[in-house]
Design a protein around this ligand. Structure first.
Ligand code: UD1
Length: 362
């Protein structure tokens, strides 16, 4: 069996790593790794391959940045000849980025079977590009690997036959479980001047709804500046956010509100694990904090990962920055939300995916 994996953006890398490793242990499986080049910076891509132990991509489409239409179109036109030449038995796509839907569409038109890892998640907010990518990918995928029961229910409501759905758990958590020991003892705390055991707030923001409007981004920065009067705030800044901040001409207090370059996987995991509170608009970080039991405040009106709110440590804050300030205070005063780890977020999701392919039932 020949499987071709398509990845393109940072959150794909921690998902493909365990799936490739689990499939490598199956006899008779050949794997090809294709990087679309959607993310290309050293600290948005290369460092993850190294730290996660992912084989170097066999093929890189080098599409780079562009508008959504340009980026998606480039991936489609560059991937089609590769799919024709490689003739895989299955193409695996991951998550909800532009690379995911573009590759799935090529395969659907060529009649190449597609497996979608992290299927069925829905924010029900079609103003998010990722929601469009999720809905379309799931409609044309042949095999849908879901992380949680809400994923199965969403797919069935949209008419996906139950026989195509396999609930396997969360592959991102596989990577976290494997690398948590390596994240211990990283020198990142010293490098950032964080005292051992002193509380701090960790921030990531890159959603267009938070960072593309100068006024909203400026308001968020002011709230973070307020929070930084009480605890240090560490904010690794995504390139999209960096570009918007440069246009704003805001200079936060660099000692308390630390705007740093995007971090590698291990340093970021080390920081998440010990954070007093995480403020984010990322999907994956909502999941990782739930696993780690770290309180997470999500600056979004909705989430495609409701299980992190229902049973995990996540709270949706929307764009209410007064509430953000209050919730951070409450957490620092000892009022953190407690949570549980969702079923099948156990470090073995990728093995269950490999077992599905090995079973001969697909
Ligand atoms: C993409 C995904 C998003 C995911 C995020 C994680 C889509 C629609 N969005 O958003 O779901 O949460 O990745 O990071 O696929 N840039 C660089 N260097 C890079 C990559 C990007 O400088 O290596 C800059 C470029 O200016 C680019 C901008 O970041 O225009 C946005 O990149 P893009 O891939 O379009 O979307 P993300 O915001 O990264």
């Amino acid at each position: 069996m020949k499987l071709l994996h398509v990845v393109g953006a940072r959150p794909n890398f921690m998902k493909v790593a365990p799936v490739m490793a689990a499939l490598a242990r199956q006899p008779g499986v050949t794997q090809v790794l294709l990087h679309t080049g959607q993310h290309y910076d050293r600290n948005m891509s290369d460092i993850f391959f190294r730290e996660l132990g992912i084989p170097l991509p066999d093929i890189n489409l080098e599409v780079g940045s562009g508008s959504h239409a340009q980026q998606t179109a480039q991936i489609i036109s560059r991937f089609e000849p590769v799919a024709l030449e490689q003739q895989p038995d299955w193409v695996c796509v991951y998550g909800d980025v532009n690379s995911t839907v573009a590759a799935a569409l090529v395969c659907a038109k060529l009649g190449v079977p597609v497996a979608h890892v992290e299927a069925g998640l829905r924010s029900f907010d079609r103003s998010m590009p990722e929601e469009i990518n999720r809905v379309l990918t799931d409609q044309i995928a042949d095999l849908l690997f879901t992380p949680s029961p809400d994923g199965d229910a969403n797919l069935q409501r949209e008419g996906v036959p139950a026989g195509r759905i396999r609930r396997v758990g969360n592959v991102m958590i596989d990577t976290l479980v494997r690398l948590l020991p390596q994240a211990e003892g990283r020198p990142v705390f010293d490098a950032l001047g964080l005292a051992p055991d002193a509380p701090y707030c960790l921030v990531t923001l890159h959603r267009p709804s938070n960072v593309d409007q100068p006024d909203s981004l400026a308001d968020i920065l002011r709230a973070l500046d307020d929070i930084s009067r009480r605890v240090p705030v560490i904010f690794p800044v995504h390139p999209r956010t960096r570009a918007q901040l440069a246009a704003l001409n805001i200079a936060p207090d660099g000692a308390r509100l630390r705007l740093v370059e995007p971090l590698g996987y291990l340093d970021f995991l080390a920081l998440q694990r010990r954070a007093a509170v995480v403020v984010t608009d990322s999907g994956g970080i909502q999941e990782e904090t739930t696993y780690l039991g770290v309180p997470c405040l999500t600056l979004r009106e909705n989430t495609e990962r409701p299980i992190t709110v229902e049973i995990g440590t996540n709270r949706l804050i929307g764009h209410d920055l007064a509430r953000l300030r209050r919730e951070v205070e409450a957490i620092l005063d000892g009022g953190a939300k407690r949570g549980a780890i969702p079923p099948l977020w156990d470090g073995h999701a990728a093995e269950r995916i490999a077992a599905v392919f090995a079973s001969g039932s697909v």
